[in-house]
Design a protein around this ligand. Sequence first.
Ligand SMILES: Nc1nc2c(ncn2[C@@H]2O[C@H](COP(=O)(O)OP(=O)(O)OP(=O)(O)O)[C@@H](O)[C@H]2O)c(=O)[nH]1
Ligand SMILES: [Mg+2]
Length: 200
Amino acid sequence: MIKLKEAHFLSSASNFRQAPQAECAEIVCVGRSNVGKSSFINLFTGQKGLAKSSSTPGKTQLINFFNLVFECNGERVPLKLIDLPGFGYAKVSKQIKASWEKNLLDFLCQRRSIKLFLHLIDSRHIGLENDRRVEEFLSSIKLGDQKILKVYTKADKLKNGEKKRFLARGEILISTLKTEHTMPLQELHLKIFQDALGRE
Ligand SMILES: Nc1nc2c(ncn2[C@@H]2O[C@H](COP(=O)(O)OP(=O)(O)OP(=O)(O)O)[C@@H](O)[C@H]2O)c(=O)[nH]1
Ligand SMILES: [Mg+2]
């Protein structure tokens, strides 16, 4: 039995060098702008305003670190959750965008304490070119002690039949609105906790 006991914002960084010291296993949310990465953090921690979300793509512009503490069989287990800016959107010049993306890619490659990459995908739009690029990139940099997990967002926009098909395939389907036919929070906690720590 595990329980999420604490979740706090730690700090922000714009690149790998500014990141806080790596003290524990880390989980990072990766995906297109507006897919629901920041909303996922709020759902996962049960704190609505912890990560800033917005209907305007490009809301998250820095690498944001959150400290979590789980309790597992009486033991306190720290983990870090990381929110990233999205790929593929920014109302800035091409040059600035390229430098942001380079910072992100460098961070993902170099931050060895990341043990779990959560690739968030909009459940209505499977197989987009941008998502295929993210998937290829993550597979190409992944080390032996790192895992990739796909998380399908915005389930409330799907019909019930479509939701059930995701679940029948064993996919992780979530929603910040209607949680019917989505993965229960306790199950999501357990899956992500175990994958981040390499536990079975
Ligand atoms: N209907 C619905 N809307 C959602 C869900 N999750 C997120 N959203 C909405 O989608 C929009 C984008 O959410 P964010 O969490 O800011 O997305 P993000 O991936 O962090 O975006 P960037 O920071 O721009 O990369 C917001 O308007 C959210 O309210 C969901 O499960 N269902
Ligand atoms: Mg965001």
